[in-house]
Write a protein that binds this ligand. Structure first.
Ligand SMILES: *Cc1c(COP(=O)(O)O)cnc(C)c1O
Length: 241
């Protein structure tokens, strides 16, 4: 959408949101759920603040950024009243201090050590930060996250840390050619989400199952996602500068 005027981009964003919201409702109903129980996150990495603000004015109430620096830079320019911001990208321990208190949830907790650092900095600030545990659902070498095998044990360790509370799971699924393949990955995530939730452990609530992006959010919802993270389908292809 780079070659379009701002006004043309605003209309495209509005149209895309309408289309995606109706898709989400349809998939939610198909999966036997109320559409209002599936949240749309607008993923705003590389998107300029005026376009994000436009999406917010169209009713977006949840945004996700990948990088601490980018989030902090845009934050003062955004009309975030009534909107939650989440961090969804890999977090380095030296950035934790900067981000704690600026986001509602950190979705990308992928190690016990980063969880400890978030807990420490949150305690210092007198807050509790909600976190999701990132799962490497496709067992890819290139991806962050806990393996399915270690997830439960790590969740128990992390639940002991003061200053954080575990609110669910997230994954970045592999790019799959076949519908059956991607759906089995999402369905496996859903099973872990249900299993861990059923144990009713202290400080672990399986409220949020964050999975599905522009290319696969419908399948993710059909398999139980209640938060989908959509970037390019709303804002157009990303341009990295
Ligand atoms: C970029 C990104 C998304 C959104 O990707 P699209 O394919 O543009 O929808 C979702 N989740 C994470 C973690 C991302 O980094």
């Amino acid at each position: 959408m780079e070659w379009l005027s701002d006004n043309e981009r605003f209309s495209a964003i509005e149209e895309n949101l309408k289309y995606i919201n109706s898709d989400i409702s349809e998939a939610a109903i198909k999966s036997g759920r109320n559409p209002s129980n599936v949240r749309l996150m607008a993923v705003t990495k590389t998107v300029e603040s005026r376009f994000i603000n436009y999406a917010l004015s169209c009713g977006v109430n949840l945004i996700g950024e990948n990088k601490v620096q980018e989030l902090l830079l845009k934050e003062p320019e955004l009309n975030l009243n009534g909107c939650e911001a989440h961090l969804i990208g890999h977090l380095q321990s030296n950035k934790v201090k900067k981000i704690v208190g600026h986001v509602h949830t950190i979705q990308s907790v992928d190690s016990v050590s980063i969880a400890k650092e978030i807990g420490k900095r949150s305690t210092e600030s007198g807050i509790i930060t909600k976190v999701l545990l990132e799962v490497n659902a496709g067992s890819e070498d290139s991806k962050f996250g806990f393996s399915g095998e270690e997830l439960f044990e790590r969740a128990c360790e992390i639940s002991e840390i003061n200053g954080i509370s575990i609110d669910g799971l997230m994954c970045v699924a592999p790019i799959c050619e076949k519908e059956a393949e991607i759906r089995s990955i999402f369905s496996n995530m859903h099973r872990m989400f249900i299993d861990i939730g059923a144990k009713k452990l202290d400080n672990i609530s399986m409220n949020v199952l964050s999975m599905g992006m522009s290319g696969d959010y419908k399948y993710a919802i059909l398999e139980g996602a209640n938060l989908v993270r959509v970037g390019s389908a709303i804002f157009g292809a990303r341009i990295y500068r």
